[in-house]
Design a protein around this ligand. Sequence first.
Ligand code: TYD
Length: 211
Amino acid sequence: MENEQAKFIVIEGLDGTGKTTQIKRLAAYLKQQGRAVFTDAEPTSAPTGKLLRQILSGEIKSDEWATAALFFADRVRHNTDENNGIKKHLANGETVLLDRYYFSTFAYQGANTDANWTMDLHYGCPQITRPDLVLFLTMSPEKCLARIRAGRSENDIEIYENPEALTKVSDRFDTVFSLVKEKENVVYIDADGTPDEVFARISAAVDTLWK
Ligand code: TYD
């Protein structure tokens, strides 16, 4: 595969929409077509990402503004890391699949800070790469929560994984994607269905990238 065919695909959605399952399937699907694929997630596994995980679990307290800034810092490094960064992988001709990106900061932290500030921060930074495609997995917050609870123990629930927070974030995601529709290539994917049904919707959207 030639370098210019490497694409940057982001998958977004509420906790419980099945992003992780679908991203694995997408990686396998693209590899089967002979494409080089690199899969990653945010928050990252770098020290900034680890700190964020401690904040998300409630182990470390942080105000939402500082959390937003930390997500931003984690993301800048994720783009620029010389060995394992998004830019490096794209330059190597690998299609990058990313589980969450700046839209999550706009929705989750934007809900409790100033959404415009979170957007200005990211769109104003030349080191933050724009994705070629954003797959937005949609599902009702109630169904998301039921799926989260089915898969985890009570003390393994993160700070945003409650009905009030998820409903708020769900509304924010809708607002965010209507605000960015001019500058981003966003495809809404109905995530309510069997893994096969949802993946069929995803592959149809992804196939258009190489046409
Ligand atoms: P994720 O790893 O996708 O969820 P899970 O714990 O189900 O595997 O994301 C972890 C949490 O991080 C999720 O609740 C959303 C939150 N998050 C933000 O609040 N802002 C962000 O910018 C990102 C990337 C994630």
